[in-house]
Design a protein around this ligand. Structure first.
Ligand SMILES: [Zn+2]
Length: 487
């Protein structure tokens, strides 16, 4: 009896310590969302399509919600925290030990496809950040594609999606689905399932709600997805200089071991593309995040996003178009080509029920995996040049120069580049391999405005593989597209 009482007392204390609740605020203007972010509120999800914002509030301060919006709803407890009474680790999510066991058993069961986990370096508290390499025995140059989850430690839904995709690839390679075979025969897929292991372990077994890492030198951790080295600390929008804020960016770019370790690994690996999984909200984000500008490859991203979200109807766009500006974020660095060749990096925000809402509901976890699997497949296929890409900018900015298509794709001995230019100009084209090296370049001479075709004889010395064609004119307009060369 005494034992029971003490246990209850500890549980009660634990729940007081971690008692945060997600609150949904309706009828909030974009301006007041910006204010909330600037004031340091923990903004968990913005859904402008449906007109609400979710914020995390300590249970003691729930009355603040009424000050922010007259129309609000306190969301179920399990959306915001791993329930203390849920005794099974992370519930139906994979806790840290279950993750490790899963990836080890995958390597055992599919030893020809999946390697055992390997450490790429250590976290702040000295835990291994491990990766898993997956590819088929088919030889040849196989560009790396990189998947991560749990850089924010309270977002386990993304981890479930990675586990599901790894299972799908391995179990369908042999005869189940030709797309799995195509992906593993033509690329090497890397998984980093627990990018912030200290935070995730801290959140176990019950109650914790840590988003940042566990470097408490100045506050209560650093937001690892604001600590990357491109436009780090550009401004204070969505990235905070205050150590107590959930978006605290750290003392300098790459100040944290977790981002340093990934940076070094990526410099060695040079992936062509990355999917960095977060939750929650049902969105697909791509660069740029730091400023209200479109990436040179915006049409490409839009085209991919359109195809990738056809099944799940996720909202897509840059962070500033559908969420809020962020700097020091992972995608911007990967795409910036600052330390590595340009990587086509995207961030899905899985449509989970809050951060932990599916902890006791395996059918909900199946749902999010089912709706993200097609997104992963299309992303890999698109990056491997398998899928023809076409897309138009949605935001009303008329591109001055567009590379509409490359035909045939895959190209064998020659290719036709269909381009549209708003004025007559001298257009030059450069062909890059997946490491960013130039393998060919040529000029058109003056072309008239409008649509025209550039013909290119593929030099014999160019090996089969995936390439990026980039066209540009003297005024600095440019556009690019991936394509494949076959031999
Ligand atoms: Zn996140």
């Amino acid at each position: 009896m005494k034992y029971v009482f003490i246990t209850l007392a500890i549980l009660a204390f634990a729940s007081v310590v971690s008692a945060d609740r997600l609150v949904r605020l309706y009828d909030v203007s974009p301006g007041s969302v910006t204010e909330m972010i600037e004031e340091g509120y923990d903004v968990a999800n913005i859904d402008m399509r449906n007109g609400y914002v979710d914020i995390m509030l300590p249970e003691r301060q729930l009355d603040q919600a009424a000050l922010l919006s007259y129309d609000y709803e306190i969301l179920p407890r399990e959306w915001g925290e791993l329930l203390p009474e849920n005794s099974k680790g992370a519930g139906y999510y994979y806790d840290p030990d279950e993750n490790w066991a899963f990836w080890c058993s995958l390597a055992e069961n599919y030893s020809d496809l999946s390697d055992t986990p390997v450490s790429m370096g250590q976290s702040y508290e000295g835990r291994d950040i491990y990766f898993i390499e997956m590819t088929s025995p088919v030889s040849g140059y196989k560009p790396p594609i990189y998947f991560t989850s749990l850089i924010h430690a309270r977002e386990p839904g993304g981890n479930s999606v990675l586990i599901d995709f790894a299972m799908w690839l391995t179990s369908n390679y042999d005869g189940g689905d030709t797309r799995a075979a195509y992906i593993l025969d033509n690329s090497t897929v890397y998984f980093v399932p627990v990018a912030n292991p200290d935070g995730y372990v801290y959140n176990m077994p019950n109650g914790g709600n840590q988003r940042k890492n566990m470097n408490f030198t100045l506050g209560d951790g650093v937001d690892l997805n604001r600590n990357w080295g491109y436009m780090w600390g550009y401004d204070d929008s969505g990235s905070s200089p205050n150590p107590g804020d959930e978006t605290y960016r750290g003392t300098s770019a790459f100040s944290e071991p977790e981002t340093q370790v990934q940076r070094e690994f990526l410099i060695d690996l040079e992936p062509i593309a990355a999917m960095n999984y977060h939750t929650y909200g049902g969105m697909l984000l791509y660069p740029w995040g730091y400023e209200d500008i479109l990436a040179p490859d915006n049409d490409l991203f839009v085209g991919w996003a359109e195809a990738m979200t056809a099944v799940n109807d996720y909202a897509y766009g840059t962070a500033w178009q559908i969420l809020y500006n962020v700097n020091g974020e992972n995608n911007d660095w990967a795409y910036s080509a600052t330390d590595v060749p340009r990587m086509y990096a995207m961030t899905p925000e899985v449509d989970d029920a809050g951060f932990w809402g599916s902890q006791n509901d395996t059918t909900e976890i199946e749902r999010i995996c089912n709706e993200c699997r097609p997104m992963n497949i299309i992303f890999c296929m698109a990056n491997l040049g398998f899928v023809g890409i076409s897309g138009e900018s949605e935001v009303g900015i008329e591109p001055m120069l567009t590379l509409n298509s490359i035909y045939p794709n895959p190209a064998i001995s020659s290719a036709s580049f269909r381009i549209t230019s708003s004025a007559s100009s001298n257009v030059s084209a450069t062909i890059y391999d997946t490491s960013g090296r130039i393998v060919a370049s040529f000029e058109t001479g003056d072309i008239a405005g409008g649509t025209s075709n550039l013909f290119w004889d593929v030099p014999q010395e160019i090996p089969a593989g995936v390439y990026t064609a980039r066209i540009s004119d003297a005024a600095g307009n440019c556009d690019s597209m991936r394509f494949t060369v076959m031999r």
